[in-house]
Design a protein around this ligand. Structure first.
Ligand code: PMT
Length: 407
């Protein structure tokens, strides 16, 4: 069966302004990644930018005409249309000169002209030498633009074209794409203004300073839900056990190791949340007496006995948190066990996955889940990407919130 994989930017128009920096070549990758995320991408360039990358490069990557010459009659008309259609206008790279002209409302090229002609949110990704970035003139322009609602992603610390190191590198492409997705969500998403808390990953309960009791959770499910919630405009707090995943742009991440730490972090995060989605795999038991020193292998053949004590059930312990969503990770009797957990954990609905099925559960990019509701209904969903599962969960959260579910 086909795996439904909705793209985060499908149906969205992104106008991309490119200005004359050595890092303009990275804008080609950005244009490509935005298109892969489902967006229609329309590029406007300054003449200086064309010294670094040709318009043909962007035209080939986006499948759309590129506008450079503001005096060509057809193109001048085109910029107004690009500005009108845009859901977001991202300028990457944005030079110091571009920021100065934006701050003063100048329209001397297609990029600044489009910025003045659009009502879409404007996102700039500055790139320049660190001394130019730190110069009071640039910083004043940045303050002016921020006060006017212009968003910034980066610049980053690192090696610069001059060979020096400092603050001035263009933000990485995934960060810029993340910022675009966040801004569009905040402008038009159905969860704008909501605070959604998501837990992810497994916990590690120490046996000694080098060993722990843990499980196979990679955090992929929770991170996908968090990204989906951000893309729909929510302010997202992601409480996660140790995982090897990058923090998605714009998401407030809290790292924890144990169930005790996860409980404290979630108590704090859910104090003002509209929903808690508990996709983490916290350990049910922990070693009763973790050793202060590394346990040594004994010389005889006897077994090592480790006493385990029960951990608190986090979601059952949390006071409220608005809409309450749990997961059930089962290898048998999926429905029976999931239905038992619903009232025991005071959940609005539970997302049950058979973690022994191919393509489902731990470490996969897909999941096949059945949602059991507190009113007795259930919905069996097809195999989907974890991002699509996240969207499906959030559809149901949004419905409950629109019906007035409260904190
Ligand atoms: O991270 P991935 O590799 O992407 O894998 C995703 C996943 C398999 C971990 C995820 O889809 C999933 O099923 N998460 C729930 C794992 C789990 O702990 O299931 P459970 O049936 O043991 O627990 C039921 C619910 O109680 C869960 O919402 C769990 O977060 C919560 N719980 C469990 C134990 C505990 N001490 N406190 C809890 O709050």
């Amino acid at each position: 069966m086909e795996t439904p994989s909705p793209l985060p930017l499908s149906g969205k128009h992104v106008a991309l302004g490119v200005t004359g920096s050595i890092s303009a070549f990275k804008a080609a990758d950005l244009a490509s990644k935005l298109r892969q995320a489902g967006a229609t991408v329309e590029v406007v360039m300054t003449p200086a930018a064309t010294q670094f990358v040709t318009p043909l490069t962007f035209q080939s990557l986006t499948g759309r005409p590129v506008v450079v010459d503001m005096f060509a009659a057809a193109e001048a008309e085109a910029h107004v249309e690009v500005a009108r259609r845009a859901d977001v206008f991202v300028i990457a790279p944005a030079t110091a000169d571009c920021l100065a002209r934006l701050a003063h409302g100048m329209t001397s090229d297609m990029v600044t002209l489009t910025a003045l002609a659009t009502t879409a949110p404007i996102l700039t990704a500055p790139a320049m030498d660190n001394q130019m970035w730190e110069h009071p003139a640039t910083q004043e322009n940045v303050t002016t633009l921020r006060n006017r609602g212009v968003e910034f992603v980066g610049p980053m610390e690192g090696r610069l074209a001059s060979g020096r190191s400092g603050l001035g590198r263009l933000a990485e492409v995934p960060q810029v794409v993340g910022a675009v997705r966040m801004l569009i969500g905040q402008r038009s998403g159905d969860l704008a203004g909501r605070h959604i808390v998501v837990s992810a990953g497994g916990t590690q309960e120490p046996l000694d300073p080098v060993r722990y009791v843990g499980n196979r959770s990679t955090g992929k499910m929770g991170f996908a839900i968090a990204e989906a919630a951000r893309d729909r405009g929510a302010h997202v707090t992601l409480v996660t056990g140790p995982v090897a995943l990058e923090t998605p742009y714009g998401i407030h991440r809290v790292d924890v190791n144990t169930v005790a730490e996860m409980l404290v972090a979630l108590e704090q995060a859910t104090a003002d949340s509209d929903a808690i989605i508990m996709s983490a795999a916290p350990a049910d038991y922990r070693p009763a007496n973790p050793s202060a020193h590394k346990l040594k292998k004994s010389s005889d053949e006897g077994a090592l006995d480790i006493e385990l004590v029960k951990n608190p059930d986090i979601i059952a312990t949390l006071p409220a948190g608005g809409v309450r969503v749990g997961f059930a990770a089962e290898t048998r009797n999926l429905e029976e066990y999931a239905r038992q957990k619903l009232p025991a954990k005071r959940l609005d609905f539970i997302v049950a996955n058979d973690v022994s099925a191919a393509g489902s559960g731990f470490g996969t990019d897909t999941n096949q889940v059945t949602i059991f509701h507190s009113d007795g209904r259930h919905e069996e969903l097809p195999m989907m990407t974890k991002y699509a599962v996240g969207l499906a969960i959030l559809d149901r959260v949004a419905t409950r919130l629109s019906r007035g579910a409260s904190r």
